[in-house]
Write a protein that binds this ligand. Sequence first.
Ligand code: AMP
Ligand code: MG
Length: 496
Amino acid sequence: MTDHLLKRELSSLAFENKFASLPGAFFTNLTPTPLPNPYLVGVSKRMLATTGLDISSLDDASFLEIFTGNKLGNNSYPLASIYSGHQFGVWAGQLGDGRAILLGDVAVTQQSARMEIQLKGAGITPYSRMGDGRAVLRSSIREFLCSEAMAGLNIPTSRALCLTGSDKYVMREQAETTAVLTRLAPSFIRFGSFEHWYYNNQPEQLQILADFVIQNYFPELQSNVNPYQALLAEVTKRTAELMAHWQSVGFMHGVMNTDNMSILGLTLDYGPFGFMESYDPKHVCNHTDTQGRYAYDMQPQIGQWNCHALGQAMLPLIGSVEETKVALSNYQHYYEEKFDQLLHRKFGLNEYLDQDKNLFDDFFTLMEKNHSDFTLSFRQLGKLLKDNDSQDEYLRDLFIDRNALDHWLQRYKLRLNQEQSNDQQRQQTMQAANPKYILRNYLAQIAIEKAQNKDFSEIEKLLEILECPFDEQPEHNNYAKLPPDWASKLEVSCSS
Ligand code: AMP
Ligand code: MG
């Protein structure tokens, strides 16, 4: 079966639930709690196509009901899974899907691939603790848009199919309406899923989970002498590379707790995330993170800390501290290699020279000193010509200390000449590496405020723009501008 042949009516979307083949201790079967009078807030046409559903499915009343949790799809036996985790560096004990319910997994367009479908905000589960099992419209819009924006940036992530809303209110800092996000990933298993069995002293369950993960998601590791060690090494690599991707576009996750770390190396559980605007390596996007544990420049080392937490949990399976250390040992190497590769693309350099690190570092320092916008600086850098300064103005506009910038530009252009860089080719590479459009907080905020007044047009528009963030889309130039003054007062917290 070729990719484009997967087409189906909503009525023939059949769920299986691979996760439910695990022992009962891993989850609780339960149905979502219905929401009154749901309405469609947004849909990703790309994900609709990925699931093989035609746009006409949206006309089927069942679409809204299934993806709000008011009606079960064919063969769906929903469940919430158990996991634990370290939150802000401290063991937090049992957590689990407190408001996400797994409907099951379905075949998607990639040959033989399957994706799990979860409803986030679908009601109370046995793991809800003090929570109400709901997600508010505001944070759900942010997760919906950012999942698809990250995919547009070619960064591994969970995806979002659609978002439904309801006029039912829940209490946060203020009363807000609720929403249900339909999100997809091959698996939502977290580092904390492993930690759960380790800290509960249940090595048999730990092994069952690891075998399940290897068999379903890393079958190529089965033939390894020590498949568990190989699994840890692979997750370490994916996590390191994910951090390099985040750093390269200025993405900040905000809550890098081990329960939010995907075993597949995907960006998962979008909360108080942010994209770097005025460049400040110490920037903390999560207002609640007063210690700055998850600041931008901390992310790579926190990624490593989290891999160590996973290593600790997998130790009984791997066998020895020595073998566990070996599996973790290449984190720094993988991170640096990937980040260097991404930076070379961002700076439009084909050759790798020893002096490049200094050149890159100095550009970051300049951006920091000048409070220059991260995204726009790189985008404008990609427009320069190596032998004249006719295109320098746009970049210079973003810097206060123009002399310092000009000095750096001289070095940069010398470096370009050194590898006989071709302006046209370089511009193309850099355009494909440096996005013009990112999900700035203020853009999300405008879409949220409109949506709170039942106007969902801005969500659709942002989705369309952010699906192709590297394209010029000149008609959308307004969305690639520096944030307005009021944006600096926006605060994003864990409240969701
Ligand atoms: P998060 O910080 O969103 O990743 O959530 C951490 C934990 O709290 C997870 O176990 C969530 O399922 C749970 N949680 C967060 N918000 C709610 C809520 N409103 N109701 C129930 N559980 C929640
Ligand atoms: Mg979470």
